[in-house]
Design a binder for this molecule. Structure first.
Ligand code: FAD
Length: 414
């Protein structure tokens, strides 16, 4: 059989390797860029691979290790090849240097990553001067192209990319005035808050946002205020004289090709529904990595993509009934949303809490019946957590069951 993997980032490479290991005769890895790695080559900081490779690697090192495996195992790599159209029968239209190709593999795995939420999505009033960048673009310009994006910088949003860039700009000699975060808690991992802000004395303004950008040709200042109930609090405004505003306000899964195939996009993951093998509602079509929902760590991305790669071969021709899972209050997202019944191994549910919680109980409910529950010492929205289902609980599931994954802080009535 032939498996096509669209996107040669860490998710695509891991899926391709595992499909090949599982026995696929031909695996084609299709990447639009001139090299494999996805966003990893621009992430020159360490912190990658701690659980997957058991080493503290930089992004380029992590990509290099996976790339070597892709080559060694005999995956066919098509670089500078972009999938421009995808059809429900799994046909792919690919634009290549040689011309247009049409491929109809037995299984397709989409590993197309995510795009950054742009400024328009957060509607900051003010003119449209130069000097406003998304964090990933600023990272690409700094680490790959060697440009200085600004000398005095304000960062809006405390997602991991923004935190990492706050430290990077500082190391490059720029002054990062502060990072503002709309929520009352940081958007990124605790280790990044410590290592990228606190260690460098960069203030983190929680429940704050940029309410105006000033400057005509180039950013000259930003006005920042405390936000309560979605509105600026009068009297809390402060103007920061900066030449650059960097936005780190989230990633959105890349779903255009999935949409073209007729798949429905879920509002809370901004992607399509998948089962525990990351298979979409179209049989033999999979979606993994940041394209399936935004993951925190590349190690998680790789583990989940490997599941899909192996399943694309092992599940070939297997039809099974399903149960369905939804997040309830205080759970931001759950992956998978569909559970195939009768698989050899019980599934793992990946979820994110909607707000920081200390000692908590997570419960899987069928109506009001508790099917399974587990305790957690702490849960953070920035961190993907796992809820492995035990075999005896998995075996209780019936076709068409509607389940909810709920969380409550121990000691609260929620
Ligand atoms: C700035 C930044 C810092 C990060 N820091 C860390 C960290 O410290 N530690 C950590 O563990 N994780 C970190 N991450 C997260 C990690 O990089 C991501 O989880 C991971 O890269 C997601 O992998 P992916 O393969 O899903 O997507 P990507 O890496 O985005 O790869 C997607 C690939 O698909 C290709 N593609 C898209 N559409 C098409 C198409 N139509 N045809 C062909 N190819 C296509 C793209 O060119 C790209 O190569 C960071 C991420 C960012 C953005």
């Amino acid at each position: 059989m032939t498996v096509a993997v669209v996107g040669g980032g860490p998710a695509g490479m891991a899926a391709a390797i595992s499909a090949k290991k599982a026995g696929a005769l031909k695996v084609v890895l299709i990447e639009r860029a001139e090299r494999l790695g996805g966003v990893l080559p621009q992430c020159i900081h360490s912190g990658f691979g701690l659980s997957y490779f058991g080493q503290d690697l930089t992004g380029p090192e992590f990509a290099e290790l996976l790339g070597r495996e892709v080559e060694a195992i005999g995956v066919e790599v098509w670089l500078q090849s972009m999938v421009t159209e995808a059809y429900p029968d799994r046909s792919l239209l690919i634009s290549r240097a040689e011309g247009i190709s049409l491929l109809k593999p037995d299984a397709v795995i989409f590993a197309v990553g995510a795009r950054e939420r742009p400024r328009g999505a957060i509607a900051i009033p003010g003119s449209r001067p130069a000097g406003i960048y998304t964090a990933g673009t600023a990272q690409y310009m700094t680490n790959i192209q060697g440009y200085e994006v600004g000398k005095r910088i304000f960062i809006l949003g405390s997602g991991d990319i923004g935190l990492i860039m706050a430290r990077r700009f500082t190391l490059e000699g720029a002054k990062v005035e502060a990072v503002a975060e709309l929520m009352p808690f940081p958007g990124g991992l605790s280790r990044n808050v410590q290592q990228c802000l606190k260690d460098f004395g960069i203030p983190l303004l929680l429940s704050h946002s940029v309410i105006e950008v000033m400057g005509r040709e180039r950013v000259e200042a930003v006005k920042v205020a405390k936000i309560e109930n979605g509105m600026p609090v009068a009297g809390t405004e402060k103007v920061y004289e900066v030449d650059t505003l960097v936005l780190s306000v989230g990633l959105l899964p890349e779903v255009e090709l999935l949409r073209q195939m007729g798949l429905t996009i879920l509002p809370y993951t901004n992607s399509v529904t998948v089962n525990q093998f990351f298979e979409t509602e179209i049989p033999h079509v999979y979606v993994v990595g940041n394209g399936a929902g935004i993951w925190d760590l590349v190690d998680h991305v790789v583990v989940s993509a490997s599941t899909a790669g192996a399943a694309s071969v092992a599940n070939w021709g297997v039809e099974r009934s399903e149960a369905f899972v939804e997040p309830c209050r205080d759970v931001r997202l759950v992956i998978p949303q569909r559970i195939l019944l009768g698989a050899d191994e019980p599934p793992v549910l990946w979820f994110r809490a909607g707000k920081p919680l200390s000692v908590s109980k997570v419960t899987l409910l069928r109506g009001t019946e508790v099917l399974a529950s587990r305790g957690y010492l702490s849960l953070r929205p920035a961190e993907m957590a796992t809820f492995p289902l035990r075999k005896e609980h998995y075996e209780k599931l019936k076709p068409g069951d509607r389940l909810t994954l709920c969380v409550s802080e121990v000691g609260s009535d929620a």
